[in-house]
Write a protein that binds this ligand. Structure first.
Ligand code: HEM
Length: 641
């Protein structure tokens, strides 16, 4: 399931495209038999140019290697290459030949010179032809036509990548009467997310997530967002995040114990769902001091959270918004189940808020910037102690938002990191070396985390290849210019982080998992130092509030797990394929074989010398250690002899 910022990103994209297409009414142009994407309104000449450029990019892409660090081909890379080659061939064959009115742009330009009536006619003509640029002037955006089949058939951001290689950093994707702007250019992404962020809202995202997040921080816009952001950001101060490292360690240790059992029983494990449970347990404690303990058992509340998450995911990918049909929404068993789940979660959240209020009232409170209650360091406690003047409904929306935001994303990062590690054994070996060197027998401390530099680079690189979410959603609130292209108010925009992170112009061997691309002693890569070509946590005023939290959480879990276990894809496991989701999910789980690591015995440095027949054989025993097996913690113990 997926929804988090999932919400903020990927999925609603599909929903909105699909919903628009389905509800598009007359002549939506959507047919399950048409080609996935076609070109419209760009003219044949432009198409040829685009094809040539795309071919050269494709060549660069496929030349980029993509070994597994262990000599085996990466099936994901292979599949991507196959699809790209197929698309290139189809573009070359003329399948995407422009059919639309190539005369629109020149005619609109001529009309525009005839004064205000002509300008109005030009705007109407452009709009009618699918353009929709506002009052500003400029060239027409390259246009592609999408079909519902193409979007629902696979992870929707994949065809967007192929189209990016063909049409460039910003183009219009038409779905029947609706259209969406697809942005993959770092300068334009920066403009929308940071430089002119006030001119953009969360648009469709807010509409889709309203039922679960209300006016929580992710979907909120305008004044509500400003006020809530100002209240929530201080809660994630440095002392809080440092305190959370103990929580990350404890939860990861619980997962280790579960894996210990699977390893002893020789059972394969489905890691994606285990990571989802790990991060649910973490975020419940971190946000409102609630122990879901979902790694140990399924209880009603865990089930309710998953029902709600699955619903949000379904809504964000469903072609028809059945949940809005008046009678259906009351009688549908699915909707009734969702309503029951939401009502259970709300009851629990209300109870937690009440309990926390009582605790804060009884506390001898001295609130300050880095305030934290040692017994209950949760964000909820901070917000209440800060005197945050907010309705219980808004507080609930915020808590629910953070629960979802901090759960699905981190789980997806861990899932794809372990998938990558299984494909790149050399990276895994280096990672294990670092974990062996840095981590002691106890739970990791902040000092340890700072030393886990290679692990951090592995997470940075995993987030580059599998950004969560892969797409950010915005809607223009006013006319604006995207590069040289004018756009109007009300445009739905998808900023493809996936495309930015894999752009062959920006990245060497863009598709290859190579943590070494980030120097260990260099700065932590982020949107600023990578000039918006790398933005795993977004950028600008709406950047993730949990970036540090999430980085530490995934670093701690990864280091603890690889220190204790080896992970391999389970024999006979189905191929790992992607689906969305707000975050990127596997289609059939991440089935792995987990084995307890036994450190290789240290070879004694024997300085044997035969003195004479009569003398004793001697050896320097001082440095000799042998492995004597595993202690109760599963660690290899050594004994001097
Ligand atoms: C690896 C894990 C995570 C990733 C990859 C991630 C990614 C993102 C991204 C890309 C955005 C920007 C969305 C947009 O601009 O539309 C975002 C926003 C947000 N994230 Fe995260 N996030 C992660 C973990 C967390 C955690 C742990 C929390 C809470 C503790 C959190 C809370 C939020 C919130 C509240 C926002 C909305 C901020 C706003 O709109 O002002 N995230 N996240």
């Amino acid at each position: 399931m997926s929804l988090h910022h999932c919400c903020p990103g990927a999925t609603p994209a599909v929903s909105s495209m699909a919903t628009a297409a389905a509800g598009g009414g007359s002549g939506s142009g959507i047919s399950s038999t048409v080609q996935p994407f076609g070109l419209r309104g760009s003219g044949q000449g432009r198409l040829r140019l685009a094809s040539r450029r795309s071919r050269s990019l494709l060549l660069r892409c496929s030349a980029s290697g993509g070994g597994d660090g262990g000599g085996r081909p990466d099936p994901v890379l292979e599949e991507q290459r196959r699809r790209r080659a197929e698309l290139t061939a189809r573009i070359s064959s003329g399948e995407f030949t422009a059919q639309g009115p190539a005369w629109v742009a020149p005619l609109a330009a001529r009309l525009g010179k005839l004064g205000p009536p002509g300008e109005l006619a030009a705007a109407l003509l452009t709009k009618a032809a699918g353009g929709g640029a506002g009052a500003r002037k400029g060239p027409e955006l390259p246009q592609a036509v999408g079909s519902l089949a193409a979007v629902t058939g696979e992870a929707f951001f994949l065809p967007l990548y192929d189209l990016f290689l063909t049409y460039g950093g910003v183009f219009r994707l038409n779905f029947g009467p609706k259209s969406f702007l697809i942005v993959s250019d770092p300068v334009i992404a920066k403009h929308i997310l940071r430089d002119n962020s006030k001119a953009y809202s969360k648009g469709i995202l807010a509409e889709i997530l309203e039922f679960v997040m209300g006016t929580g921080l992710i979907p909120a816009d305008g004044e509500v967002w400003r006020v809530r952001r100002r209240a929530i950001v201080p809660a994630l101060h440095q002392k809080y995040v440092t305190a959370m490292i103990g929580l990350f360690g404890k939860a990861s240790d619980r997962l280790c114990q579960k894996l210990d059992k699977a390893a002893s029983d020789g059972e394969d494990v489905e890691m994606e769902s285990l990571f989802s449970r790990l991060t649910l347990d973490v975020i419940g404690k971190a946000v409102f001091n609630y122990d879901f303990d979902s790694l140990s058992y399924d209880n009603g509340i865990v089930e309710a959270v998953y029902v709600t998450l699955r619903e949000a995911e379904m809504r964000s990918t469903s072609p028809i918004p059945t949940w809005e049909i008046p009678i259906w929404k009351d009688i549908s068993p699915r909707q009734r189940k969702v309503n029951e789940a939401l009502s259970l979660i709300n009851t629990i959240l209300d109870e937690l808020i009440d309990t926390c209020k009582r605790l804060v009232d009884e506390e001898d409170l001295q609130f300050h910037e880095e305030y934290m209650n040692e017994q209950d360091p949760s964000i909820l406690h901070f917000l209440l102690a800060s005197g945050d003047d907010v309705s219980s409904k808004q507080l609930r929306d915020d808590l629910m938002t953070m629960l979802i935001a901090g759960h699905e994303t981190s789980a997806a990062v861990l899932t794809w990191t372990f998938y990558l590690l299984s494909k790149y054994p050399k990276v895994m070996a280096k990672l294990q070396d670092e974990a062996d060197t840095v981590l002691g027998d106890g739970l990791p401390t902040i000092e340890d985390v700072k030393k886990l530099k290679y692990t951090t680079r592995v997470i940075n690189e995993s987030l580059r290849l599998y950004p969560q979410p892969p797409v950010l959603i915005r809607r223009s609130l006013e006319d604006d210019m995207l590069g040289e292209y004018p756009i109007g108010r009300g445009e739905d925009i998808f900023i493809s982080i996936w495309n930015l992170h894999r752009c062959p112009k920006h990245w060497d061997d863009a598709d290859v998992f190579n943590p070494e691309r980030w120097p260990l002693d260099g700065p932590n890569p982020n949107e600023t130092n990578q000039k918006f070509s790398y933005l795993p946590f977004g950028g600008g005023p709406r950047k993730c509030v949990g970036d540090m939290f999430a980085t530490f959480e995934t670093v701690v879990a990864t280091a603890m797990l690889v220190k204790r276990f080896d992970f391999q894809m389970a024999p006979g496991a189905p191929p790992v394929e992607m689906t969305t989701g707000a975050t990127i999910h596997t289609t059939k789980g991440l089935n792995m074989t987990v084995t307890r690591r036994t450190k290789p015995p240290v070879i004694p440095n024997l300085q044997m010398r035969i003195i004479s027949d009569s003398e004793e054989r001697t050896c320097s025993t001082a440095s000799m250690v042998v492995s004597t097996g595993e202690d109760q913690q599963g660690e290899v113990s050594t004994t001097r002899v």
